[in-house]
Design a protein around this ligand. Structure first.
Ligand SMILES: [Zn+2]
Length: 87
């Protein structure tokens, strides 16, 4: 294998242990909820989710779960909801 590629792989392994290097600016996922699958994500500074709760409350268990899963890799504004998330 080329030595330059080996160097890149080593750097990738190091980067992979430093998730704070990554900030999602947008994301889109299929969230497997308990009752159904939902289209959930973050774009243009706002969360969205196809579940019924989100349409009423502007937040839901799916978006809040993503905030926890991706903690440290989301822009500050993506960590804000209209409700405080208990630690
Ligand atoms: Zn939802």
């Amino acid at each position: 294998m080329q030595s330059s590629l080996i160097g890149k792989i080593e750097k990738a392994k190091r980067y992979a242990k430093e998730p704070d290097r990554v900030t999602f600016t947008k994301l889109s996922v299929k969230f497997h909820g308990e009752h159904s699958d939902y289209d959930t994500g973050y774009r243009e500074g706002k969360w969205y989710c196809s579940c019924r709760f989100f349409s009423s409350w502007g937040t839901c268990s799916h978006t809040m779960a993503l905030q926890r899963i991706l903690d440290g890799m989301l822009p500050d504004e993506a960590m804000v909801t209209q409700f405080e998330i208990a630690p």
